[in-house]
Design a protein around this ligand. Sequence first.
Ligand code: G
Ligand code: G
Ligand code: MN
Ligand code: NA
Length: 254
Amino acid sequence: ILMERALRHALDHDELFLCYQPQVSSKDLAIVGAEALLRWRNADGHLVPPSDFVPLAEDTGLIVPIGDWVIRTACRQAVEWEREGRPPLKIAVNVSPRQLVQDGFVDKVAGILKETGMASGRLIIEITEGVALQNTKETTDTLLRLKALGLHISMDDFGTGYSSLGYLRTFQVDSLKIAQSFVGEMAENEGHAGIVKAIMAMARSLNLSVVVEGVETEEQVKLLQAIGDCTIQGYYFYKPLLPEDFSALRDKVK
Ligand code: G
Ligand code: G
Ligand code: MN
Ligand code: NA
């Protein structure tokens, strides 16, 4: 209860902010997008990791207003960067199952796009395989309507959850983010490289793009480049950055 009140307070008092982790093309390592990641600096100045508060926000339903804030803030930021003259990027936001099944979610997103001037084709909704577990009909309907608006759908942490491959088609997913665990051991373990290869081959034949996250070593980058084209996100290139650091970086590497 205490934590819930603190989180509600955080939302109302600007204690939440977003970091943006750059994503690069495997071909030329140019920045092509970013994932928006939620952060909470509480009243004590303490940085609370999302793993400590996102589950609570999901359980209490606070993820709905927090999630709205995330989408609006990320869209505003993307448009601001563009107005400052930087080439447009794709921005991915994480969306919880609970957000997808709220009444009026699609209209809300449409309103945020309109209000901020964000192009729908540059907004990526990251869902997890967990969305497949409940409310399949409602979720499918919502995802198809989001796609009709022009948004892209990405399946996060692919390969670790319970989803069947059929959901990739039912949900009309556009891209897969390969779970970090497969990438981490890729260089040491043949089997894990095999999984990454297999997911990339499957994605190619289904016409899906692939994001590989958790890339931490040059060896992993080389292995990925040998397997095929993908988008890479990981500490080897960039950590999640504050907006001002992200701008400075882009102005430097441009
Ligand atoms: O940076 P990292 O520690 O940021 O994120 C940890 C977890 O928190 C990840 O699983 C990520 O999906 C989740 N997360 C980060 N930002 C958001 C957000 O805005 N909404 C939701 N629902 N989850 C988020
Ligand atoms: O679960 P999701 O993919 O939404 O969250 C991404 C999480 O992965 C964030 O917590 C982000 O900070 C973290 N992350 C991004 N790149 C790396 C990396 O190279 N190594 C590790 N260990 N974590 C990473
Ligand atoms: Mn994610
Ligand atoms: Na992920």
